[in-house]
Design a binder for this molecule. Structure first.
Ligand SMILES: [Zn+2]
Length: 255
């Protein structure tokens, strides 16, 4: 199993990172994607990935919630790190908390989408309350995009269909799938083939049932895989085989 989105460099893991990684290995996690969110995390993400070579893979970029008026300077300082990353991320749009920097978010996202095209690196995309704006922007680059992940997908059938029109992209599915009131299993069954899904935890956030409310960690991705197996009526080993294959196709992560 590959956990494609896990903030292992977060301070939540400072105390027991080795134990967390050991539990992940024991649970069958064979690789972990570690996304950056800002300039400082370029260092912390790369440090974690150097500590676990061939197991943790760095993704670097400016997260929409971290975009401020100085985004141009910040991006100019992040870009040189990209030659060490497997992916541009996590980047995107987030209008859930605030639209204060809406324009800047859109401009910073567009610049990083250009990086993806220029460098041939896939995108790890975060999008919240902004799918129309994101899709409009991405469509302008549709034929040049190398691919990527729409991380933490929780939308409806229409939204899923709209995202799947980007051929080289997959949906990142995490803990929300396991929540009791989630409509996500029905949505996935209806319109998303297993060939278009990768697993993620978004640790330390979004812990799946039965760990809900706890600090999330990569080992818990097994609960997501289990629920996906039930959703598609296939074995868990088939879920793992297919999502690993999807991951290798779309992200530069190799287990
Ligand atoms: Zn994230």
């Amino acid at each position: 199993m590959i956990d494609t989105h896990c903030h292992l460099d977060g301070e939540e893991f400072h105390e027991d990172l080795d134990a967390v990684v050991t539990r992940a290995r024991e649970a069958g996690v064979t690789a972990i994607g570690v996304p950056g969110i800002d300039l400082k995390s370029c260092d912390t993400v790369l440090e974690v990935c150097r500590r676990y070579p061939g197991y943790c893979f760095p993704m670097l970029g400016l997260h929409p919630e971290e975009v401020r008026a100085d985004w141009r300077e910040v991006l100019a300082r992040i870009k040189p790190f990209l030659n060490k990353g497997v992916c541009v991320g996590e980047v995107g749009l987030d209008f859930y908390w605030s639209r204060e920097f809406e324009r800047e978010q859109i401009e910073a996202f567009e610049e990083q989408v250009r990086w993806s095209v220029e460098l041939g690196l896939p995108l790890m995309i975060h999008c919240r309350k902004a799918q129309n704006e994101m899709v409009t922007l991405l469509k302008r680059f549709k034929n040049q995009l190398p691919g990527g992940v729409f991380h933490c997908f929780t939308g409806n059938e229409l939204e899923a269909r709209e995202l799947l029109q980007f051929d080289q992209f997959v949906l990142g599915i995490g803990g929300v799938l396991t929540f009791k009131k989630s409509k996500l299993p029905e949505t996935l069954q209806a319109v998303v083939p297993l060939e278009r899904i990768v697993l993620e935890t978004d640790s330390p956030y979004m812990a799946p049932v039965p760990m809900r409310g706890q600090r999330n960690e990569p080992a818990f991705v097994a609960h997501v895989a289990q629920r996906l197996a039930e959703t598609y009526g296939v074995s868990i080993s088939e879920v793992i085989r297919q999502t690993d294959e999807n991951c290798k196709k779309v992200l530069n992560i190799t287990a």
